[in-house]
Design a binder for this molecule. Structure first.
Ligand code: GTP
Ligand code: MG
Length: 171
């Protein structure tokens, strides 16, 4: 009867990585925002796939708001972690935030799927998804299903592959 399973997703990653742009692209055209501005605190968004109805907690990645993330970990059933592949200087900061996330008591012992978007692949000299994966040491994540996709959120490239993977993990 068109009833889809409801799933809460946390969208995390540093400020300016492209989280809101990605989520905006996944929403139905008539619900998409024209202008994307830096997120203040967080914003709750919705989008659907063939079998799932996602409620996304689109968190601000700014340093002063990152302490909000952990309050939503318990409710999250999946994580989308976005990396700016062109921001080489802050890759180490992204890794720190990822490691803090993975070691949090509300995440650590759960088999929660994590979808990584190595975003901004259109930027000249941006890092490949393989390189991002190496720098973040993703191969060390052994107790959770994870997947990484190279994306260009401005054009929506790579997003569908990731969302298909996420849907397969949950359904
Ligand atoms: P916070 O809300 O501050 O945490 O940032 P955010 O992760 O939500 O980033 P946001 O979606 O606001 O995008 C930040 C900037 O990056 C905007 O100017 C976007 O247009 C731009 N941007 C997002 N994705 C891409 C991409 O794939 N390629 C390029 N070139 N720019 C992108
Ligand atoms: Mg945002």
């Amino acid at each position: 009867l068109g009833l889809k399973k409801e799933v809460n997703v946390l969208c995390l990653g540093l400020d300016n990585s492209g989280k809101t742009t990605i989520i905006n692209h996944l929403k139905p055209t008539n619900a998409q925002a024209q202008d994307i501005v830096p997120t203040i605190g967080f914003s709750i968004e919705k989008f659907k796939t063939s079998s799932l109805s996602f409620t996304v907690f689109d968190m601000s990645g700014q340093g002063r708001y990152r302490n909000l993330w952990e309050h939503y970990y318990k409710e999250g059933q999946a994580i989308i972690f976005v990396i700016d592949s062109a921001d080489k200087l802050r890759m180490v900061v992204a890794k720190e935030e990822l490691d803090t996330l993975l070691n949090h008591p509300d995440i650590k012992h759960r088999r929660i799927p994590i979808l990584f978007f190595a975003n901004k692949m259109d930027v000249r000299d941006s890092l490949s998804s393989v390189k991002v994966s190496q720098l973040l040491c993703l191969e060390n994540i052994k107790d959770k299903p994870w997947h990484i996709c190279a994306t260009n959120a401005l054009k929506g490239e790579g997003l569908q592959e990731g969302v298909d993977w996420l849907q397969d993990q949950i359904k």
